[in-house]
Design a protein. Structure first.
Length: 290
């Protein structure tokens, strides 16, 4: 049965003011960098509520307005590239300790395609929704604003992966196939992997149409368990859908952490494309090897 997923991890505020969600169960992996962003601690103002945006623009010296900027990490039409670059540097610093740490991202297309980070270069960013690496000293990441971010760690081979799973990518098995790609690329054994499912739109808020349910029913024997009906609304639990894919890929249930939090009904923490009517910044989930 589809369920809501409450926030199960606290927001850690880095020294530079950036708010990051981390996986408590991974605290002992001293070789690992990881984090799920919130919208805390950036310089962007275009997605602030109108009253706060006007206040910040009219008088930035007003102490009540200090720190009102948001951490938009996506190159959106509404924000400036300068703001996004600064926000990314702040987030990178909050996770890795250095603004100089390289970051590899993707041109996300809601697919089942995963790539190795060493094939990603700024001049030719690939269209894909999963990225993985065993290389030290860099971060890999995926962007979200309602879709589900999934991070995967191989503590034996010291390899990591990041996956972006909207409903289309979930139906295409981006996470399940991504684990298989880690097996081929790094010799990872699924039973030894650990995964974390980050914040996305929850079953409490994610209403979909019958065509989405039909797509899931055509691809998953357990599809019925992912949907609930509330009055006239059909709701989908994307978090549970991706947890089930991790199980199908061979991960142990106890090795899958759900960080939780609904992007739609927790605007104090997250951007939400759906809740904002399409006017939203982007968050990022990153992971890397020190």
């Amino acid at each position: 049965m589809a369920t809501a997923h409450n926030l199960t991890a606290s927001v850690a505020c880095a020294e530079n003011g950036v708010g990051v969600l981390v996986v408590p169960a991974w605290s002992g992996l001293d070789w690992l960098w990881h984090g799920f962003s919130t919208h805390w601690g950036g310089v962007s103002r275009v997605y602030l509520p109108e009253g706060l945006r006007d206040c910040a623009e009219q008088d930035r010296r007003d102490q009540d307005c200090v720190g009102l900027g948001q951490l938009n990490l996506g190159f959106t039409a509404a924000d400036t590239a300068e703001n996004v670059c600064e926000n990314r540097l702040r987030f990178i610093e909050a996770v890795s300790g250095s603004r100089a740490t390289p970051l590899r991202t993707l041109r996300q297309v809601h697919s089942c395609i995963s790539v190795a980070a060493d094939t990603v270069v700024p001049a030719a960013i690939p269209e894909a929704d999963g990225i993985m690496t065993a290389q030290c000293g860099l971060l890999i990441g995926v962007q979200t604003a309602d879709c589900i971010p999934v991070l995967v760690v191989d503590p034996e081979r010291r390899a990591v992966g990041a996956f972006h799973a909207g409903w289309r990518g979930t139906v295409a098995r981006i996470v399940e196939l991504g684990v298989g790609r880690m097996e081929r690329n790094f010799g990872s054994k699924p039973a030894q992997l650990m995964a974390a499912i980050g914040s996305g739109i929850g079953a409490c808020c994610y209403t979909v149409g019958g065509e989405v349910r039909s797509r899931f029913e055509a691809n998953f024997s357990y599809a019925e368990e992912l949907f609930t009906r509330s009055e006239n609304d059909l709701r989908l639990d994307l978090v549970e859908a991706n947890r089930r894919q991790l199980l199908a890929a061979g991960l142990a249930a106890g090795s899958i952490a759900v960080v939780g939090g609904c992007t739609s009904c927790q605007p104090e923490l997250f951007f939400s494309h759906r809740a904002s009517g399409g006017h939203a910044g982007r968050m990022m989930a990153v992971i890397g090897i020190r």
